[in-house]
Each structure stands twice: as structure tokens, then as C-alpha cells.
Design a protein around this ligand. Structure first.
Ligand code: UGA
Length: 466
């Protein structure tokens, strides 16, 4: 059993703390936010993360997990101190705001009374390990202490963070002090995952490169989706066909409304910024970001096109299904829903919205007079001219399309259904009376081909030909 302190009780800090406690360690989770710690002590979680409540409850009860605002108490006797505080993008800039990390490093150093390893868990610019080490060594109250800094990037995806912690694809550790990295590795041994031990800068870079690669896959498939729309192919089947190739893999190839969240947008931007500062113009990363930004617009363009052109959204009522940046979370940071709602409001549309868990988050961005929040999908679609499925909540797979159609208004051509996550079979939704658009389902071309081959006596396809 090791003594661990985790600084920061965001989703990374809380999941790390609770999961290490669950592995049998004694963990103190520290945050300077008094209100948050009070809630945690009362058994209330400040975030929605499936499975975390049970872990927190079980380990708090067993005396392995505690919450505090007191550095002296949390750091005393800790062998390992994880820094898991926020590193947001600097307001109006692209670099990371390191002020929370710097403050945490100073406080840890002044309260440390024993040798310890400090582990950078937050995503920090390459070189931050050195920064933390310098700050700590400058502020140690007992200068003779042996304190090493190890980078241990997290690869937790929101909504699945507990599972990702307990079954990691790999654990990455980087340090100038290899022995310290090996001591941290021991904490992870029960998880039986491959452990990569490397230098500090490389570990920090592995995190950025991993997120940038996954974001690139998403922007890639979104660009392919746009091409599919024009050429008449179906991107869902294209992705499935590509995914069987093990060199490509079938993950992160869902075309949609682009990536959001607190990680990909921030990390791709930060990596591009680091490259720029080092004198290299990051062409691919720039394209990834541009495609992602444009992708959100696709939903609005398709909707406006169906409703009669760019100005057609004025006085229309639109249902937005899903507000969180993805399923299984109440997080709306950089969520596609934000841009979509902004554009709808700007265009003069009335917005009704539903999300299984993110409504409270949304209400902080859009008060009730701006957006009408509803109890379920059908209540949301009531009287609407169009619906946009924005978030990939699994429950939207089970939408009763007939019921949805019945409550919507739409003109003689029927209400519009924009499937921003390609959940549905286009033909099935059209059969229910909707005007359906997915992302990259090849509809534009197929429609125009149908027009050109309209005379009844002409077969629309020649056997054996596409
Ligand atoms: C991401 C990474 O997946 C984690 O490995 C990483 O640790 C984390 O960032 C982080 O740096 O902290 P997360 O942002 O929680 O995790 O969410 P993802 O599941 O990766 O999804 C990100 C965005 O991409 C979502 O908006 C999602 O809707 C979108 N996405 C994902 C797609 O549009 N298509 C896909 O095929 C997959």
C-alpha cells in the first residue's frame, strides 16, 4: 500500500485518485475549491462519470480515499504526488495556461516533508516537466529532500474514464530519473498493461501526438464524408470497409459533426502552437482544425438547404437532440451543439433541446428564454420543422421515428431530419416521411442521378454497373 496525493479533483484527478484507492493505496485528493471538497465529502460527485460514484463511495468508506483542501495534510507522508489540475488554453491564445500547475508545484514544494515523486498527469506542453522540477526545487522548504518529476500522461476518455484507467492500452512514464519512473510503474503493475518508460520530453510528446492522431482520423473521415456526399458513396460503409484493414483500425472513424471536448481541440491547437513557436509550420494540424470547425456548419447548411435556402431558418422551430460533446458525459466544452445553437439563434430560429444529462450544463450557457429545454426527444420535436441529432447518445438509436414524425410539423414535403451522427438508415427515415440528411451518405449525387434517369422506361441501374 502506497501513500498517494492527487492534486486537482477534475475528472482526471478524481478518476486517478479513486482508481488508485481501489487498487489498495491510501489516497488524498486535494483541491483548493472548498465548495467542491465539501460536496465530495458529502458523497456528491461534481462530474458525471459512469462508475465513479461507486468507486468513490466504496473507497471512502474503506478509509482509503479522503478529500481535503489542506496541502500540509495531503502532502505529508505522500510517496507519490500527482498533479492533475487544469491546463486550459490561454484566453485568446493557443498555448496552455500553466498557472494552476505552477501554483500546485509551489504549494507541494513548500509543504513537502519527505522524499517523493511528483507526477505530471495533466496534459502539459513539452518541456513542462523541467518547469515543474525547477519550481519545486526553488520552493522546497527542506532543500535536501530527494524529489523527482515524472510525466505520466493520461489517456482517459470521458464517459469511459474508469474503464480506461482499469484497462489501459499502455502506461507511459517519462523522466530524467529512470529509477523514479520505475517506482511509479510499480503502482500500475496490477493493471497488467504494457508500460513505456522513456525520457520526459518524449512522454509529454506521446500524449500530444496520440490526441492529434485521433483528431486527424476524425477530420480525415469527415473530409471523406464530404467527398462521399458529392460522389454518391456512403461514408459509413466506406469507414467499415477501411476499418477491417488492421493497419487502419475501425476506431475514431465515425463521420459526424466534428470533435469537441476539453482535449482534442485544446491539444491539437497547443501542439500546432508549439510547432509554430519552434519554427515549423504544422500544415496537417492546421488542416485538421479547419476541417473540424467547418464540419459543424454542415448540419446547419443541410438544414437550411432543405427548408428553402440560407435565410429559411427565420421563424422555424428546430429540435436539437444532444448537447454534450459526446455521449456518457454532461460536459459541453467545445461541444458542436454550442456552435449549432448559436447559428440557429443568429438565423432567427426557435430552439428546443434535449440531452439525457447535460441540460444543467447547457442552462449555464443558454438560459431558458433562449432555448426551451425538454423532457425527452418527442417533447423536444413537438411542433418543429426540423430536428438535428447532435450527440451520439446510444438511446437515440431507439428513437421511435413514427412517433417523432407525428409530433413534428414540417410542410408538405415533411419535416427535416439531420442525422449528425449517422445513426439511421436513410431509406428507413425517408420512408417514415422525413427529409433525411446524414453526414456523407452520398445523397446529393444519388438524387441528381435519379433525376437524370427519370423516364420510367429507362432502368435506373444497369446490372453489374454502379
Ligand atoms: C480524448 C481521448 O480519446 C483520450 O484518449 C484522452 O485521454 C482524452 O481525450 C484526453 O486528452 O484527456 P475525450 O475527449 O474524452 O478523450 O473523448 P473521445 O471519445 O476521444 O471523443 C472526442 C470527440 O471526438 C467527441 O466530440 C466525439 O464525438 C468525437 N468523435 C469521436 C467523432 O466525431 N468520431 C469518432 O469516430 C470518435
Amino acid at each position: 500500500m502506497k501513500n498517494i496525493c492527487v492534486v486537482g479533483t477534475g475528472y482526471v484527478g478524481l478518476v486517478t485518485g479513486a482508481c488508485f484507492a481501489n487498487l489498495g493505496n491510501r489516497v488524498a485528493c486535494l483541491d483548493i475549491d472548498d465548495a467542491k471538497i465539501k460536496r465530495l465529502r458529502a458523497g456528491e460527485l461534481p462530474i458525471y462519470e459512469p462508475g465513479l460514484d461507486t468507486l468513490v463511495e466504496r473507497n471512502t468508506r474503506a478509509g482509503r480515499l479522503r478529500f481535503t483542501t489542506d496541502y500540509a495534510e495531503a502532502v505529508a507522508g505522500a510517496d507519490f504526488i500527482f498533479i492533475a489540475v487544469n491546463t486550459p488554453t490561454i484566453a485568446g491564445g493557443a498555448g496552455a495556461d500553466m498557472s494552476y500547475v505552477e501554483a500546485a508545484a509551489r504549494s507541494i514544494a513548500t509543504h513537502l516533508r519527505n522524499d517523493a515523486v511528483i507526477i505530471n498527469k495533466s496534459t502539459m506542453p513539452v518541456g513542462s516537466g523541467d518547469l515543474v522540477s525547477t519550481i519545486v526545487h526553488e520552493h522546497l522548504t527542506i532543500p535536501t529532500l530527494n524529489v523527482a518529476v515524472v510525466s505520466n500522461p493520461e489517456f482517459l476518455s470521458e464517459g469511459f474514464a474508469v474503464r480506461d484507467f482499469q484497462h489501459p492500452d499502455r502506461v507511459v512514464l517519462g523522466s530524467v530519473d529512470r529509477a523514479a519512473a520505475q517506482r511509479v510503474a510499480e503502482l500500475y503493475l496490477p493493471l497488467r498493461a504494457p508500460i513505456v518508460i522513456t525520457d520526459l520530453y518524449t512522454a509529454e510528446m506521446i500524449k500530444y501526438a496520440s490526441n492529434a492522431f485521433l483528431a486527424t482520423k476524425i477530420s480525415f473521415i469527415n473530409e471523406i464524408a464530404r467527398i462521399c456526399d458529392l460522389l454518391g458513396a456512403d461514408v459509413k460503409e466506406v469507414a467499415a470497409g477501411m476499418g477491417y484493414d488492421q493497419r487502419i483500425g475501425n476506431k475514431m472513424l465515425n463521420a459526424g459533426l466534428g470533435y469537441g471536448g476539453s482535449c482534442f481541440p485544446k491539444d491539437v491547437k497547443a501542439l500546432a502552437h508549439m510547432a509554430d513557436e519552434a519554427g515549423l509550420h504544422p500544415q496537417l494540424l492546421d488542416a485538421v482544425m479547419k476541417i473540424n470547425q467547418d464540419q459543424r456548419r454542415v448540419a446547419i447548411e443541410k438544414l437550411a438547404m432543405e427548408l428553402g435556402g440560407p435565410d429559411s431558418l427565420r421563424d422555424k422551430t428546430i429540435a436539437v437532440l444532444g448537447l454534450a460533446f459526446k455521449d456518457n458525459t454532461d460536459d459541453m466544452r467545445e461541444a458542436p451543439a454550442i456552435d449549432i445553437i448559436n447559428w440557429l439563434i443568429e438565423a432567427g430560429a426557435e430552439v428546443r433541446a434535449y440531452d439525457p444529462v447535460a441540460v444543467e450544463t447547457a442552462q449555464k450557457l443558454y438560459p431558458d428564454w433562449q432555448v426551451t429545454y425538454c423532457e425527452n426527444e418527442y417533447d423536444t420535436a413537438r411542433g418543429c420543422d426540423g430536428v438535428i441529432l447532435v450527440t451520439e447518445w446510444k438511446q437515440f438509436h431507439d428513437l421511435d421515428l413514427e412517433r417523432l414524425h407525428d409530433v413534428m410539423r414540417g410542410d408538405e414535403k415533411g419535416p427535416v431530419f439531420i442525422d449528425g451522427r449517422n445513426f439511421f438508415d436513410p431509406a428507413q427515415v425517408e420512408q417514415m416521411g422525413f427529409r433525411y440528411h446524414g453526414i456523407g451518405r452520398g445523397k446529393a449525387r444519388r438524387k441528381s442521378v435519379q433525376h437524370r434517369t427519370a423516364p420510367a422506361e429507362q432502368p435506373s441501374t444497369v446490372p453489374g454497373e454502379r
